[in-house]
Design a protein. Structure first.
Length: 552
RNA sequence: UGGGGCGUCGCCAAGUGGCAAGGCAGCGGGUUUUGAUCCCGCCAUUCGGAGGUUCGAAUCCUCCCGCCCCAGCCA
C-alpha cells in the first residue's frame, strides 16, 4: 500500500527524519478548536495527519484546541468526534484537550516570568495595537515591560485569582518589539476571560492563547510532527521560542502545508452561517453543504473523500482544486459499490397494448459484478417511464422512445411506440406501445435492433417517493470572492421530484445506503427522513453525461 | 515599502543536475441491454521571465515579474 503512495514533501521529510535518526517514531495530531462543524478542508487535514501516522506506523491524536471557551461548545466536540470516526479514523488513546494542560501551562508561564522572559502588561487592546507598530515600522516597548519578576509573579497570580477585569491585563512574552515578524513583538500569552469553560468550568479566569498553548500541547503529547496550514508559518519562530525557553519534555516540529480549496465551494464559517441563517440551506448538514455532515448526508462515501484527498496531493502552493475531481472520486467509488435499481423521476404512463401477461423478471443488481446478485422486478402492461425519454418525433440522435421507433426497456423487452394522448396544453399524458419481442433480452426477429435503452417501473408495483436532486450550491467558480455570497447561489441547486416512483425493493433501503438509479445517477436514502412507508432519497451525484449537455 | 512563502499542461501534482510521471477535465475511436462503466489513442521540445554556471538545468547562481500570508487580548 505505502509503496503506491505518491511522494510529497511531508512524506519525504518524515522519511528523512526517520533515516537520520532525528526521531524514532511518528506522532501527529488533528487539533481542531471545537467552535464549528468540520468541512472538506478539515477532511484534508485529517487524512494528512492520520494518513502520515498510518503510513509510518506511528499514531495520531485527536486533540481539541480549546483555549478560547467563548466560541466553543460540547456540541461541536461531539460532532467533530463523530465526523472523524465516520471518515474512518481511530485516534490514538483517549480524546485529548488542551484545557487539561492548563495547570502545566500556568506553571510554564511562571517559569518564563521567573527568567525574565514574560511580563504582565496593563496596556489596553487599543494601546497595545498602537505600540505594536506596523508591517513597516518597528513597535515600541510597553511601559510595563521592565517590571520585576517578583512583581510580575504577584500580578500574574492575581490575574489567575480573578481580581482583575477582562482586558485589564495580559501576560506577554518579552521578545522583540522591533522584530520584522509581527508574531515576535511581545506576543500575548494569557488574557483574562471571566467565562466558564466547557471542560474546566469556572476553574480559570485566564486562558492561554493559541501561540502559548499549541507547541506545548505537542510537547506534552510527544508529537513529533505538528502539521498545520500555511498561515501559521510566521508563527513557527514563536512556536520554537517557547519550546527552547521552557523545560518541555519533548521537541516537536511544526511543518506547514497548503490548505485545500475546491472550486464552487466556500468553507468560510461566516459565509456558511449566512447560508444557514438565510435558509438557503436547511442546516449545517444540508446535502449541499461542504461540511462533513453535509457530504455524508449527500451520500458521499468516506472512502471516496479520503481517496480524493490523496489524489489531490499535498504541497505548499496555494491552489483551488476542481470540484470535479471530488465528484469523480465519488462516482468512481460508487460505480463499484452501489447496487443498481430503477426509479422514474418524472413519471409518464406507458401501456403495452399487446403484452399477454404480467411476469416477474430477474434483473442483475450490477452490470459487471455478479456478487451483487439479482432481484425480482414485476413487469406488466402498465408502466411508468420518464417523460424525458419519450418524444412523438425526433431526429436520429434521440435514442429513446419515439412513435414508430423501437427502444429497449432495461432488463426486459423491445417495444415500438404506437401513439400517445395529450392534455389540453399539448403535454403528453399517456403513451401506447407494442411489444416487438416477448422474451427478455432477446433481439427482434427481423433484425432491426433498437438504438437505445430506457428505464421503467411497473405502474401497479411501484412506490411513490420524494427524490431531491442536487446540483452545485454555487454557480460561480470562486463564490468566496463574491461581495454577497447569497448572490452566488445556484437557484437550481435543489429540485425536488415529488412524484417519483421507485421499484418496491428501494423502499426498504436502509438510511444512508446508496444506489445507482440506472441512467440517472447515485442516490442515497436520507439519513434522517427516509422511511419504507415514505421513501426519501437524495441525489449524491449524477452519472457522467456526454449527451444532454450538448443536446436538448 | 518590513518579514515569511509560492510559481511545472485548463485544474491538481510528481520530479531535488542526465534529457517532463500520474490524476481530473477535454478530444477522437472501440465494447456495451445504463448516452454509464470499461478499453485504446491524443493532450507541456517545455517547467513565471531574462541572463549565467555546466558536456548537460524544471532542478545550481543572479536579477526581474506575479500571487498568497502576517499589524486579534481568534485559531
Amino acid at each position: 500500500m505505502s509503496t503506491e503512495l505518491r511522494s510529497n514533501f511531508l512524506r519525504t521529510q518524515i522519511q528523512s527524519d526517520l533515516e537520520a535518526g532525528r526521531t524514532g517514531e511518528v506522532v501527529t495530531r488533528f487539533p481542531p478548536e471545537p467552535n464549528g462543524f468540520l468541512h472538506i478542508g478539515h477532511a484534508k487535514s485529517i487524512t494528512v495527519n492520520f494518513g502520515l501516522a498510518e503510513q509510518f506506523g506511528g499514531r495520531c491524536h485527536l486533540r481539541f484546541d480549546d483555549t478560547n471557551p467563548e466560541k466553543e461548545s460540547q456540541e461541536f466536540i461531539n460532532s467533530i468526534q463523530e465526523d472523524v470516526s465516520w471518515l474512518g479514523y481511530e485516534w490514538s488513546g483517549e480524546v485529548r484537550f488542551a484545557s487539561s494542560y492548563f495547570e502545566q501551562f500556568y506553571q510554564w508561564a511562571l517559569h518564563l516570568i521567573d527568567n525574565g522572559c514574560a511580563y504582565v502588561c496593563d496596556l489596553s487592546a487599543e494601546e497595545a495595537r498602537r505600540y505594536r507598530g506596523s508591517l513597516v515600522e518597528a513597535g515600541q516597548n510597553s511601559p510595563f515591560r521592565e517590571r520585576s519578576a517578583s512583581e510580575n509573579r504577584a500580578l500574574f497570580e492575581q490575574m489567575r485569582s480573578g481580581v482583575f477585569a477582562e482586558g485589564a491585563k495580559v501576560l506577554r512574552a518579552k521578545i522583540d518589539m522591533a522584530a520584522p515578524n509581527m508574531n515576535l513583538r511581545d506576543p500575548i500569552l494569557y488574557r483574562i476571560r471571566h467565562v466558564a469553560h466547557h471542560q474546566t468550568g469556572t476553574d480559570w479566569t485566564i486562558y492561554p492563547t493559541y501561540d502559548f498553548a499549541h507547541g506545548q500541547e505537542d510537547a506534552i503529547e510527544g508529537v513529533t510532527h505538528s502539521i498545520c496550514t500555511l498561515e501559521f508559518e510566521d508563527h513557527r519562530p514563536l512556536y520554537e521560542w517557547f519550546i527552547e525557553h521552557l523545560p518541555v519534555p519533548h521537541t516537536p516540529r511544526q511543518i506547514e502545508f497548503a490548505r485545500l480549496n475546491t472550486s464552487y465551494t466556500i468553507t468560510s464559517k461566516r459565509q456558511l452561517k449566512q447560508l444557514v441563517d438565510a435558509n438557503v440551506v436547511t442546516g449545517w448538514d444540508d446535502p449541499r453543504m461542504p461540511t462533513i455532515a453535509g457530504l455524508r448526508r449527500r451520500g458521499y462515501p468516506a472512502t471516496a473523500i479520503r481517496h480524493f484527498c490523496e489524489e489531490v496531493g499535498t504541497s505548499r502552493s496555494d491552489s483551488i482544486v476542481d470540484v470535479a475531481m471530488l465528484e469523480s472520486a465519488v462516482r468512481d467509488h460508487l460505480n463499484k459499490t452501489a447496487a443498481r435499481a430503477m426509479c422514474v423521476l418524472r413519471p409518464l404512463r406507458l401501456t403495452l397494448t399487446n403484452l399477454p401477461n404480467e411476469s416477474v423478471l430477474l434483473v442483475p443488481n450490477h452490470p459487471a459484478d455478479e456478487a451483487f446478485g439479482v432481484r425480482e422486478v414485476t413487469f406488466g402492461q402498465d408502466l411508468f417511464i420518464d417523460c424525458q425519454d419519450f418524444r412523438e418525433s425526433a431526429n436520429k440522435h434521440f435514442k429513446r422512445l419515439v412513435l414508430g421507433k423501437r427502444v429497449r426497456l432495461r432488463g426486459a423487452i423491445v417495444i415500438e411506440g404506437e401513439r400517445c394522448e395529450t392534455d389540453a396544453e399539448g403535454n403528453v399524458t399517456h403513451v401506447f406501445a407494442r411489444c416487438v419481442t416477448l422474451e427478455p433480452g432477446a433481439d427482434p426477429d427481423d433484425g432491426i435492433k433498437p438504438k437505445g435503452v430506457i428505464h421503467w417501473v411497473s405502474a401497479d408495483h411501484s412506490v411513490p417517493a420524494v427524490v431531491r436532486c442536487y446540483d452545485r450550491l454555487f454557480s460561480q467558480e470562486a463564490p468566496g470572492r463574491c461581495d454577497d455570497i447569497l448572490e452566488a447561489v445556484n437557484p437550481e441547486s435543489l429540485v425536488v421530484m415529488q412524484d417519483a416512483v421507485i421499484e418496491p425493493m428501494l423502499a426498504k433501503a436502509v438510511p444512508e445506503q446508496v444506489y445507482q438509479f440506472e441512467r440517472e445517477g447515485y442516490f442515497v436514502a436520507d439519513r434522517y427522513e427516509h422511511q419504507s412507508e415514505a421513501p426519501v432519497f437524495n441525489m449524491t451525484i449524477g452519472l457522467r453525461d456526454n449527451w444532454s449537455a450538448s443536446n436538448g
